[in-house]
Design a protein around this ligand. Structure first.
Ligand code: FRU
Length: 465
């Protein structure tokens, strides 16, 4: 028997305005959808221990994408179609009913976690709280014949009166790809073939997880999380990547002409993102603010993992920008500090662990650093003006820095959102973003150093209540 759901034992690392599991484990965001006046987010959840286990869908909803209300677990595994896990998937509203489409995960029972098979299933709800699994599941019972057993993470959308689903998949020749299906009714699916495929394991990966596909500015974007891309000097340095291809999709021919794979977030902790189109037309993305095989010190406190802030995408030329949704400003409380640089130091002296920092600086070399109470650097962000390059150093990831190069500019803007054990750093209005988890016993001291510092800053307390 599984033990009762338990409670978190310490709030020291617990975020206040990022979504984290009430207890236990969280990975990918799932089923990001707007339904009956609420944004709903589901997530991969093991609610009995802060470890990955037979996956459930945890659930929360929000009126503004920032203040989340936890709801009961939406989907639990153990039925014939999802014996060993309810894996990632997505949501869609049809005729006033909310549908979830998810992967059923099944082991062959020989104690080898790599021996599994996967199928695709539906569940639905009329109140957005209680879910019923569709009685004729699965709706897609097996992977195409030229594929391996990696066949998961359906993302659904509607276009021109038809429904489309894409799936993360691996072809038999060992390359990652995304395959596409079409349906008139959500229940009967026709296989259309490949939407896109990796050109080589080292450059584009051997398995593409958590795909998403959408139109923006008259172009199409395929977002996905490939495994096994080889890291380069300054790119693709996480265990697995999340990134995108920009291109043009022809629905009639099922042809997606796409460019190169580009990393979405430059930080150590970002994976498996999913988007929704908000009622006012914004394409909003949310990701898992962690990485597989990380240490997760919060496990000691009974939970593991959190989601990023929801971020709005804009496409400028061939580059996706991410900015926190404007609703985040509703969190602004009193001003903790403001002024001109370099006169005020440190910027923040451990006053708070939930803050927003806005900085505008002349484009000169500088170093922004977070320190713990022993004055040790936890995270530092160095800007090299000659190369227009950012370099982020993290004490928990020695010799494993992260980088971002920006367009030539005389001015640098930074926006930092700090929430206990996470910081999201938005560079140049979202041209680059570093998502980083960090662990300190007291709120960090934040300083900025440089020889020719010139600029100003503003710091807000953020209040989630
Ligand atoms: C991505 C992923 C998905 C899968 C889920 C299982 O992080 O591996 O492909 O559905 O996590 O929890």
């Amino acid at each position: 028997m599984l033990k009762e759901l338990s409670t978190v034992t310490s709030l020291r690392y617990r975020p206040e305005f990022h979504l984290a599991p009430t207890f236990g484990w969280m990975n990918d965001p799932n089923g990001f959808v707007y339904f009956q006046g609420y944004y709903h987010i589901f997530y991969q959840n093991y609610p009995y221990k802060p470890e990955w286990g037979p996956m459930h869908w945890g659930h929360a909803r929000s009126r503004d994408l920032i203040h989340w209300e936890n709801l009961p677990i939406a989907l639990a595994p153990g039925d014939d179609e999802d014996t060993n896990g309810v894996f990632s998937g997505s949501g869609i509203v049809k005729n006033g009913r909310l549908y979830l489409i998810y992967t059923g995960h099944h082991y062959y029972g020989d104690n080898n976690p790599e021996h599994f098979w996967q199928n695709q299933n539906l569940a639905y709800s009329d109140d957005g709280v209680h879910f019923t699994k569709y009685e004729h599941n699965p709706v897609i019972s097996q992977a195409p014949s030229d594929s391996t057993h990696h066949f998961r993470d359906p993302k659904i959308w509607e276009y021109d009166g038809m429904y489309y689903v894409i799936l993360g998949n691996q072809s038999q020749d060992g390359l990652g790809r995304v395959i596409i299906y079409r349906s008139e009714n959500l229940f009967d699916w026709e296989y259309l073939g490949e939407l896109a495929k990796s050109r080589s394991v080292s450059n584009e990966g051997d398995m593409w997880e958590c795909p998403d596909f959408f139109a923006i500015n008259g172009r199409h974007v395929l977002l996905t999380s490939p495994m096994k891309i080889e890291s380069q000097q300054q790119k693709f340095r996480n265990l697995y990547q999340t990134g995108y291809f920009i291109g043009q999709y022809d629905y009639a021919k099922n042809q997606f002409k796409r460019g190169k794979f580009q990393e979405l977030d430059n930080g150590h902790d970002f994976y498996a993102s999913q988007t929704l189109l908000s009622p006012d037309g914004r394409r909003i993305v949310i990701g898992w603010a962690d990485m597989w095989e990380s240490e997760f010190p919060e496990k000691e406190d009974g939970w593991a993992g959190m989601l990023t802030l929801p971020r709005e995408f804009t496409l400028i030329d061939d580059h996706l920008f991410m900015r926190p949704v404007t609703e985040v400003h509703t969190l602004r409380g009193r001003v903790l500090g403001s002024g001109n640089l370099p006169s005020v130091q440190p910027l923040l002296n451990g006053e708070s662990s939930t803050v927003e920092i806005q900085l505008t600086l002349a484009a000169q070399n500088f170093n922004l650093c977070f320190q713990n109470s022993q004055e040790q650097d936890i995270i530092s962000l160095h800007f090299d003006a000659a190369n227009q390059e950012f370099q982020l150093t993290h004490h928990a990831h020695p010799q494993d820095d992260r980088f971002a190069t920006i367009e030539q500019s005389s001015e640098i803007t930074l926006a930092l959102y700090i929430d206990k054990s996470i910081v999201e750093i938005f560079v140049q209005n979202g041209a680059a973003v570093f998502t980083e988890r960090f662990y300190t016993n007291a709120p960090p001291v934040i300083r900025i150093n440089g020889n020719n510092l010139l600029g100003h800053f503003m710091i807000y307390q953020l209040d989630a209540q």
